[in-house]
Ligand binder design. Structure first.
Ligand code: ACO
Length: 330
């Protein structure tokens, strides 16, 4: 019997309408469009309106992916949501997405916490589920409402992040060349302190003191993250190429996590894939963590940049540290 392989059946995205520009931010904290753009490549980001939550955006992206895959949401047989900004600490966002999309109640639905690498982790799990033969329509969503967990008084972090959601439906390949060719996942907990939210968990439960100390917001050592991102993303990309006996010239598009243009420039130089073959949208959305790869993927597919048969290299790194890479024949 031919082994089952998995492919991306359809992609979708959902972005809030509200745009917050660098100039807008310079009215809140001491910063400037020039500083942010020069250091990161970011010009603006999207902010979700009050009253809406993570699962609203996730469901919108999931529905768009289901429509692109030409399936009804009721056909989805597993829901995986990658996020560090859930609606609530529990239950999982995935079960609310299940409700909002009218997906059957007898299918698994769970969240993955791997920060900016979350979509790649979810894709890898979905790939294994489909190859195992038990699932045929797995919804993987990367979604973040980071505007609700950044400290809007901290210019070191608040300029970097934005809100958004992206999604993909993963199902069996149809015997042609299209499919998820490889995934490689990594983690290094020794750097956990470089990017975290100190309070709100079991180490520092919520108290008035933890709120006063602003410990419920993202804290980051930008230089440490930058160094590890360049090194580990480059290595993960090289591992993906070596594993598949590919040369940099075999890759049609790199769809990498959009954290910082300078990180991607350095990865491009190290791996030997020109920046022109990196799909870039960081200027419009900033860092949307787990949502950034599926948003970029969907934009590139719908704009016609990524075409059927293109060989894609995906790569991401985030808090944990958690990172990984994947090669996909679209
Ligand atoms: N506007 C103006 N000045 C600022 C701002 C700002 N928004 N933020 C920091 N500064 C100041 C600092 O206070 C510091 O001033 P000081 O020297 O007087 O103390 C100075 O700018 C630091 O400048 P640089 O050293 O040039 O900053 P750097 O080049 O390290 O850039 C940055 C900072 C952009 C955060 C960079 O380290 C970075 O991108 N790191 C990666 C972080 C990242 O992407 N995190 C996202 C999550 S993880 C991921 O997705 C990979």
């Amino acid at each position: 019997m031919t082994p089952i392989s998995a492919r991306i059946l359809g992609t979708g995205r959902a972005l809030p309408d509200r745009v917050l520009t660098n100039d807008d931010l310079s009215k809140k904290v001491e910063t400037s469009d020039a500083w942010i753009n020069e250091r990161t490549g970011i010009r603006e980001r999207r902010i979700l309106e009050e009253g809406l939550s993570t699962s609203d955006l996730a469901a919108r992206a999931g529905l768009a992916a289901a429509q692109a895959a030409e399936i009804d949401p009721s056909q989805i047989d597993c829901i995986i949501v990658a996020t560090v900004t859930p609606d609530q600490p529990m239950p999982a966002v995935a079960v609310t997405v299940q409700q909002k999309l009218g997906i059957k109640t007898n299918v698994p639905a769970f969240d993955i916490s791997a920060a900016c690498a979350g979509f790649l982790y979810g894709l890898s799990v979905a790939d294994a589920f489909v190859r195992g033969g038990n699932f045929k329509r797995v919804l993987v969503v990367g979604v973040e409402i980071l505007s609700r967990i950044v400290d809007w008084t901290d210019r070191n972090t608040c300029v970097l992040f934005g809100d958004g959601a992206g999604a993909a439906i993963i199902g069996p390949a149809q015997g042609d060349e299209r499919g998820i060719i490889s995934t490689h996942l990594f983690a290094d907990g020794s750097q956990a302190g470089a990017l975290n939210i100190p309070a709100g968990g079991s180490i520092e439960p919520t108290t008035s003191a933890s709120v006063e100390a602003r410990h419920h917001f993202v804290k980051m050592n930008g230089k440490v993250i930058f160094t590890h991102a360049v090194k580990n993303l480059s290595r993960a990309a090289q591992i993906a190429l070596e594993h598949n006996h590919l040369q940099p010239s075999d890759i049609s598009w790199v769809v990498a996590h959009q954290a910082n243009l300078r990180i991607l420039e350095a990865v491009s130089a190290r791996v030997g894939i020109p920046l022109e073959r990196f799909y870039l949208n960081i200027q419009k959305y900033g860092n949307t963590s787990s949502a950034s790869i599926p948003i970029a993927l969907d934009e590139a597919v719908r704009s016609g940049k990524i075409k059927r048969g293109d060989r894609l290299l995906l790569a991401a790194l985030g808090a944990g540290l958690s990172w990984g890479s994947a090669v996909v024949r679209y």
